[in-house]
Design a protein around this ligand. Structure first.
Ligand SMILES: C[S@@+](CC[C@H](N)C(=O)[O-])C[C@H]1O[C@@H](n2cnc3c(N)ncnc32)[C@H](O)[C@@H]1O
Length: 281
């Protein structure tokens, strides 16, 4: 029997995740934020350190992206095919026609998401020990690997093809260790690390100063932004790091935002070939 994943907008999802919400963990707004962030940047390999309320939001986003990407890939190939068949150059009608704006390169290979969720179950107040049951109930367990281990030894339990990590969410007081030991595993092509709660207390501010110093020592390799929840006393910030040491240029347009349709054509051709029309083969 196939278990269908429950979408994050469903009432059933809301009810299930509510059982994992621990107000003192401070992730009420963070969890839907991470969900939206994943939907935006579409990472394939996601690591969570510190499980709980956030975990099903991450898993749900990945599951929904996988579904959406599959539908979009076929629609994009169908949109391109008449241009290939007729030997017609791609044009604005191709670009803005449904499904609008899609970059063929993204849709050439299959989107295969995986979430590795690490927790050593060291904090009894955390809902981490109940997460797996909720993931199963919501039909999201298939794309998640739970590693019940300390961060310091978790990487030996990673699935074989789990690096480079496209996005890591660190919610376990180990941000300094994480940066020093896992940064090289983050995708140099724009991989993201999101750290919880480093602002408004001395030790966290020291970590931020350290990250800032690292950024200065490695020009062009790290972008950093801090987001503060100003209405909260604690558990009140996100620090987002983006690794930019190996960014692949994606220049789709020529000056004045004119699309480079000649270049896009070969990518669109490869994408349409990879998603052959099931009727025509
Ligand atoms: C702040 S809670 C996570 C909250 C969760 N993200 C949420 O939204 O409910 C931190 C979790 O990290 C785990 N933890 C703490 N230190 C850890 C470590 N060094 N390695 C692995 N897990 C750790 C704890 O067991 C706890 O479940």
């Amino acid at each position: 029997m196939t278990v269908h994943a429950t979408r994050a907008t469903d009432e059933r999802f809301r009810a299930a995740v509510e059982t994992l919400r621990v107000p003192a963990m401070g992730t009420d707004a963070v969890a839907p934020f991470l969900y939206a962030m994943l939907k935006l940047v579409r990472p394939q390999r996601v690591l969570e350190v510190g499980m709980g309320y956030t975990t099903p939001f991450l898993a749900s986003a990945l599951s929904e992206i996988a579904e959406e990407t599959q539908v979009q890939a076929h629609a994009l190939a169908a949109k391109t095919r008449p241009y290939l068949d007729g030997g017609t150059p791609l044009d604005d009608k191709w670009m803005y026609g449904a499904p609008a704006l899609l970059a063929p390169e993204f849709y050439t290979s299959t989107y295969r998401p995986r979430l590795v969720a690490v927790d050593d179950l060291s904090i009894p107040e955390s809902s981490s020990s109940r997460v797996w049951e909720v993931l199963r109930e919501l039909g999201l367990a298939d794309l998640v690997t739970v590693v019940n281990a300390n961060l310091r030894e978790c990487d030996r339990h990673f699935p074989a093809d789990f690096t480079p990590i496209d996005l890591a969410w660190v919610d376990a007081w180990e941000c300094l260790y994480f940066f020093d030991n896992f940064w090289d595993l983050i995708n140099p092509d724009g991989g993201l690390v999101v750290m919880h709660y480093l602002m408004t207390y001395p030790e966290g501010e020291s970590v931020l100063r350290y990250l800032s110093a690292q950024q200065q020592m490695r020009p062009g390799e790290i972008e950093i932004v801090n987001l503060l929840e100003p209405h909260k006393l604690s558990q009140n910030s996100l620090t987002i790091l983006r690794r930019t040491s190996g960014v692949v240029p994606r220049k789709y347009a020529k000056p004045a935002a004119r699309m480079d349709y000649e270049r896009l054509r070969s990518e669109a051709e490869a994408q349409a070939g990879a998603h052959a029309d099931p009727i025509r083969g």
